[in-house]
Design a protein around this ligand. Structure first.
Ligand SMILES: Nc1nc2c(ncn2[C@@H]2O[C@H](COP(=O)(O)OP(=O)(O)OP(=O)(O)O)[C@@H](O)[C@H]2O)c(=O)[nH]1
Ligand SMILES: [Mg+2]
Length: 294
């Protein structure tokens, strides 16, 4: 209509009105696009979701490539990653999902990080040992706090109300570079009371097994294997439960009817002896085998 409308005094008012309406609609459409991006989240798969968060160039993407079959872009320059990359990391008999994120200080990162960090079961703060790692941890934690995410170990005070607490761990990368031992010591002495600190080299593949089990431990989950009476146990597909879960919670997880019908369970692993009969309140341990009797 604007294009075909003759411009003269009589149409000035109408012209301005149309322009304003178009501007308003454009603004609304842009806002809608931004909101739908903001609500983006990554569906969880496997036993837990771990977000790799850090400053540019610390090796988040290299790490994802080292422990999963994903092949993200890895660059010598900062801000290589501008949208998340996902991969599954095998740890013993389970898979853990890793999410490689755009650098925490990137201008478009907030929208991604907000959702990913809130949704993740564990945040791995990745730092580069060759470049003032203590300062990097501080900056990364500050950026996370700016988007409302604080470590689970932080005391709740008035200042932290409304913020979300997340489990965190520090991955000190590039341990193959010079002076990395001294930097690792520095990091540990400053942070190990609050977070596990694990030093690795993603590009050389050093200490990767320690990292995997460190991530598993930090997730605070246990694997429980269930079997039917008289059958052999299948150790390849465990039920994943929060650490501290009881037989009752395991039963609930397996089938919601089980809990009410269950008479007792037999447990191998955390019982006083293998094959011990236990009640619903028995607390399970990682890799227990349980047999539910209804
Ligand atoms: N020496 C050494 N270099 C590494 C290591 N891990 C990664 N790099 C190098 O560090 C640079 C950055 O790696 P990326 O994996 O792209 O880093 P990033 O954290 O994903 O960076 P952004 O996507 O920009 O946030 C690349 O040149 C890698 O080759 C490591 O363990 N040792
Ligand atoms: Mg990257």
């Amino acid at each position: 209509m604007l294009a075909i409308m003759p411009r003269h005094k009589g149409t000035d008012h109408l012209y301005g009105d149309l322009r304003r309406r178009i501007a308003k609609l454009t603004e609304e459409a842009e806002r809608r696009a931004a909101t739908s991006r903001a609500s983006f989240y990554i569906r969880k798969e496997g036993a837990g979701q771990v977000a790799l968060v850090g400053l540019p160039n610390v090796g988040k993407s290299q790490l994802l490539a080292a422990v999963t079959s994903a092949s993200p872009e890895i660059g010598e320059y900062p801000f290589t990653t501008n949208s998340p990359n996902i991969g599954m990391m095998k740890f013993e008999n389970i898979q853990i999902q890793l999410v490689d994120t755009p650098a925490v200080t990137g201008k478009d990162s907030r929208v991604w990080l907000n959702n990913i960090a809130r949704n993740a079961d564990l945040i791995a703060v990745v730092v580069d040992l060759s470049n003032k790692p203590v300062k990097q941890v501080e900056t990364t934690l500050q950026e996370l706090e700016n988007i409302g995410i604080i470590p689970i170990s932080t005391k709740i005070t008035e200042a932290t109300i409304g913020k979300r607490q997340r489990r965190m761990l520090i991955i000190a990368n590039k341990s193959d570079l010079e002076n990395s031992d001294a930097s690792t010591k520095q990091l540990s002495s400053k942070y190990s009371a609050q977070f596990p600190v694990i030093s690795i080299s993603a590009s050389e593949g050093n200490n990767i097994e320690v990292l995997k089990s460190g991530i598993f431990t930090a997730l605070e989950i246990i694997r429980v294997h269930t079997k039917s009476p008289g059958q052999k146990v299948d150790l390849t597909d465990p039920v994943i439960l929060k650490r501290g879960s009881t037989v009752k919670e395991a039963a609930e997880e397996i089938h919601k009817d089980f809990k009410s019908k269950m008479k007792y369970a037999v447990v191998w692993g955390s019982g006083k002896f293998d094959g011990q009969r236990v009640g619903q309140e028995h607390v399970l341990q990682d890799n227990d085998v349980i047999e539910l009797h209804v």
